[in-house]
Design a protein around this ligand. Sequence first.
Ligand SMILES: [Zn+2]
Ligand SMILES: [Zn+2]
Length: 261
Amino acid sequence: MGLTDFELALRIGVFLGVFAALASWEQLAPARQLKLARAQRWGANLGLALVSTLVVRVLVPGSAIAVAMVAADEGWGLFNRLQAPAWLAFLGAVVLLDLIVYLQHVLFHSVPLLSRLHAVHHADPDFDLTTGIRFHPIEIVLSVLIKLAAVAVLGAPVAAVLAFEVVLNATAMFNHANVSLPAWLEPWVRRFLVTPDMHRVHHSVIEAERNSNYGFCLSLWDRLLGTYTPAPRGELDIGLADWRDRRIIATLPGTLGMPFR
Ligand SMILES: [Zn+2]
Ligand SMILES: [Zn+2]
């Protein structure tokens, strides 16, 4: 089995395992009552994820893993230039890739054209694990291009890229899950990782709350860079005030057309 086959098998395996575990948890102990039926939103959210995957396959030649391999062979990028020890390059690359994802998320909130694309993620009137994979395909293509450039500039090791992609995919579903960790455990996990209670604030209809808690994996960046909101001020309402039409926000054609309306 080549690395590409292994990568694909690992990604699909982790995705399905984490998805099944979180969906069962949401079913057994949901944190909030959903406004819309799961079936309706899931069609749109899973449909977007599928279209994004296909569009990336067609439009983006190569993968982050392939870029990491070329960078290692050619000696490109920070960690290859420094000839850093393997453990340092691995750890450094994973942490810095997470910082880049944080900064990219801030960018998608601050540049008007990009925020039109990112609004598709926020227009979900509910918040569950499928919200974590609900993005407009153009946003996904841009994120992939940013990631390829980041891997080349960092000279990220192949193992770090593989670990990061698998972990980010799992944490994105986890921190959107309609669940709450037990009260005694939540503050401890939140010191290191973004929890569902922390990221849910980012989906508030209140703009000030939405422009905070940008992290997807490590909770460190929001604390360090002053964008941390520990809890919503009042009763949390999820979604975007300007986008409430279910035929747009809860269907695949509607969400695909949203940025152009
Ligand atoms: Zn956002
Ligand atoms: Zn989100």
